[in-house]
Structure formats: structure tokens, C-alpha cells
Design a protein around this ligand. Structure first.
Ligand SMILES: *Cc1c(COP(=O)(O)O)cnc(C)c1O
Length: 410
């Protein structure tokens, strides 16, 4: 595979026009959209207008006049299409961690005789911490049971109240079989809560087809909503009226502007809101989501697989003999939209790559992660990034002491 072939693939790419919707700095190949999506000029424009006009001049009138109060629901409807949900099954609010807390608490109350939250040992730590913290807070003997991915089915017994899993593993990119695991959990009477942080905007998700009960996900990764963007949550329609949020706040009240002393939950998904929505962050997320209305998710997946396959093939062909090994599944259908390689010098290699302009990231202890966001990455970029990686390895650039300094965020 040479550079010219990559360019021809890009010329035939049905998604190529979307790249112009992103502001990518000159000289940067961005392989970290799985951690923080890049800025879109449309987001910058919208934010500028909202700050000057709606906030600056409209002031409090903008809650009604500019439709701020309906903004969470509008953003939610855009996300619904990406995850196989109906608009009234998704809410945009809070962070992924907080949404997880709300839904997990609501779910445990639906299975009062059961005490186990089952998750995977390698799950994203915040998911595990939230579960542990909630179990402690409830003080009724709930326990977080952790199993290796391959042992989840065996660990699913009649004590499990909720199966809490992330569809795409943040370290390796391995993708769970959402349908099979959901069915197995339902067969044993458990509810399932899926974390879609590395799925939404990375690949088509079909919560309805999987018969998923609940889900949460992230606004600042593949959805490009900006650092700390609001997150989303999903509750299947027939569960909504049975479920309560532990964070009963006025925005989830049936009549927030009646200012009555007693809490009465709103009907439907609205009840999972808590406090006032962060309008500036929501504006950024909503503006970033607009592009997705035009994206064919099957084409997105096809391009994602093509970029990932190319990356694996090129790394193995050009960087062999340096001790890299693939930790992502080799079968494309078992991967999300990222590829990870392990190497003892992984941290310094990633730093040396970043110094050359190819931005990936590192996850302890030895994993180099490369995310492939199909809306703005080209096959040509993949080719160039692998050339840089080969140069970093051949020239032992990672031995440079300046590539060994760790910041507080990795
Ligand atoms: C990124 C990520 C989160 C982030 O949670 P925040 O509350 O936004 O910090 C949660 N879960 C998974 C699986 C993630 O990858």
C-alpha cells in the first residue's frame, strides 16, 4: 500500500466533504478524536452568536425567545438517531459519570431483591467508581462484581440486578456483542446499562434492536461537543415511568415553574434531568451534532474499518521488529473505531509522535491508542502517521528525555 493508493481511496470516499467542517491545525494528524473531538468552525460561530446576541442582548428573555429551554431535547433528538433510539428516549444532561449514577440507582431500585452490579474488570474506571460509590451510599449490601470479558456470561446469575458494560473498550477498542449480552442478562432477569462513550459517532449503534434497557454516553469524544461537553442518557420508553432518579431536581419536575415544595417527576425522559442546563456547552454540542443529520452511518462504519485496517497493515509492514504488538481484536467486526498497540516504551513513543504532529495517546501501563474518526481523517493521514511512527522507532526518538516527562493528563 503506497501513498498514491491512499490518495485514490480518499478521492473515492463518500464522506470526504465532511472534513471541511473541522478546523484541524496545520501539520497535525489527529488520532485522538476518541478522547476529545476537534473544533468545528460552525461551533465557534454559533457560540459567538449566542454569547453576543442571545446572552448579551437577549439576557433572561432568551430562555423562551431563543429556545434555550428546549435545547437539551433538540440535542437529544440528534443523538437518538445515532444510537437507534427514539427522540423521547434520550436526554442530554450532566456528565457521563453523573448520568451513570442516576440510571444505575434507578435500575437497582427496579430489582430490589438483588444485590449485584456486574461489570468488567477492564471497564472505564469512572464507571466502576460510580458503581462502588453508589453501593456504599445505598448501604443495603450492594456489591460490584467484576469479571473478565470472557467470563461475563458465566458471572451472570440470578443475583445480578444490573449488568453495567461499556460497548467499546477504551484501552483496546474491543467491541462487545451488545445483543447477545443484553439477551443473556434479560434471560436471568437482570437489567443492562450500556456505556456508549466510544460508540456514539464512532459506529452505528442500535439500542432498540439490542433491546437495551439503559445507556449513557459522552458528548466530547466522537460527537465533538468540546471539552467537558454535556453527556447523554437513554432509557427505553417502557421503563421510564417506572424509574426514578436519585438526583431529583427542579428541571426533572413535572412543573418546575410552579415552585411547589413537593417533588413530582416529569413524564418520560425529562425526569432524568436535574438542574439548569449549561447553555453555552449545549450550544456547542448542538452545533457539533448538526453535521450528523447528513451522515450515513453505514458509510461511517465502512470508512472507519478501512482506516483501521490500513493502519494495522501499515504498522505491521513498516514498524515490524520493534516490539509493537496489536492489542485490539484483529477481526474488524469486533473493534470500535480505534486501534491500540502495546510497547514497553509506549508513553515516550506517543510523545515523540506528538512532537512530529501525529497526536495519539497513551493508556497505562503500555498501550498506545489511535482513534480514527471517519468524518475528518483520510487514508493519506493514516499513511503519513505510520511513516512518522516508523521514523520515531527507527531513529529511537523516544529515548530523548523530553519525551519522558509526564503531564497530569495523559
Ligand atoms: C470518557 C469516558 C467516560 C467519561 O466520563 P465523564 O463523566 O465525562 O468524565 C465515561 N465512561 C467511559 C467508558 C469513557 O470512555
Amino acid at each position: 500500500m503506497d501513498r498514491e493508493t491512499c490518495r485514490r481511496m480518499d478521492a473515492a470516499d463518500p464522506l470526504r466533504r465532511f472534513r471541511d467542517a473541522f478546523r484541524l491545525p496545520e501539520g497535525v494528524i489527529y488520532l485522538d478524536g476518541n478522547s476529545l473531538g476537534p473544533l468545528m468552525p460552525a461551533v465557534e460561530r454559533r457560540l459567538g452568536q449566542v454569547i453576543a446576541g442571545e446572552w448579551g442582548r437577549g439576557l433572561i428573555r432568551s430562555w423562551n425567545d431563543a429556545g434555550w429551554i428546549g435545547l437539551p431535547a433538540r440535542a437529544a433528538a440528534r443523538i437518538a438517531r445515532l444510537i437507534g433510539a427514539a427522540p423521547d428516549e434520550v436526554a442530554v444532561a450532566d456528565s457521563t459519570s453523573i448520568n451513570l449514577f442516576k440510571l444505575l440507582a434507578g435500575a437497582l431500585a427496579l430489582r430490589p431483591a438483588r444485590r449485584i452490579i456486574l461489570s468488567e474488570r477492564g471497564n472505564f474506571p469512572t464507571d466502576l467508581y460510580v458503581a462502588e460509590g453508589l453501593a456504599g451510599l445505598l448501604g443495603r449490601g450492594h456489591e460490584l462484581r467484576l469479571a473478565e470479558a470472557g467470563a461475563l456470561m458465566a458471572a451472570l446469575d440470578e443475583d445480578v440486578a444490573v449488568l453495567l458494560l461499556t460497548e467499546v473498550d477504551f484501552r483496546t477498542g474491543r467491541r462487545h456483542d451488545m445483543r447477545a449480552l443484553t439477551r443473556a442478562a434479560h434471560d436471568r432477569g437482570a437489567l443492562v446499562l450500556w456505556d456508549l462513550a466510544h460508540s456514539a459517532g464512532a459506529l452505528p449503534v442500535d439500542l432498540a434492536a439490542a433491546d437495551a434497557d439503559m445507556a449513557v454516553g459522552c458528548g466530547y469524544k466522537y460527537l465533538n461537543g468540546g471539552p467537558g461537553a454535556p453527556a447523554f442518557l437513554y432509557v427505553r420508553r417502557d421503563l421510564q415511568e417506572q424509574m426514578a432518579t436519585p438526583l431529583a431536581g427542579w428541571m426533572g419536575h413535572a412543573a418546575p415553574f410552579d415552585f411547589v415544595p413537593g417533588y413530582r417527576p416529569a413524564r418520560g425522559i425529562q425526569r432524568f434531568l436535574c438542574g439548569t442546563p449549561p447553555i453555552l456547552s449545549l450550544v456547542a454540542l448542538d452545533a457539533a451534532l448538526e453535521i450528523w443529520d447528513e451522515v450515513d452511518l453505514a458509510a461511517l462504519r465502512a470508512k472507519s474499518l478501512s482506516l483501521c485496517e490500513l493502519f494495522i497493515a501499515l504498522v505491521e509492514a513498516r514498524c515490524g521488529g520493534h516490539g509493537l504488538h496489536l492489542v485490539s481484536p484483529r477481526e474488524p467486526e469486533r473493534r470500535g473505531s480505534q486501534v491500540s498497540f502495546a510497547h514497553a516504551e509506549g508513553f515516550a513513543i506517543v510523545q515523540a509522535l506528538i512532537a512530529r504532529g501525529a497526536i495519539g495517546d497513551f493508556r497505562s501501563p503500555d498501550i498506545m491508542r489511535f482513534g480514527f474518526a471517519p468524518l475528518y481523517l483520510r487514508h493519506e493521514d493514516v499513511y503519513d502517521a505510520v511513516e512518522m511512527l516508523a521514523e520515531v522507532l527507527n531513529g529511537r526518538e523516544y529515548e530523548d528525555p523530553r519525551h519522558r516527562v509526564r503531564g497530569s493528563v495523559t
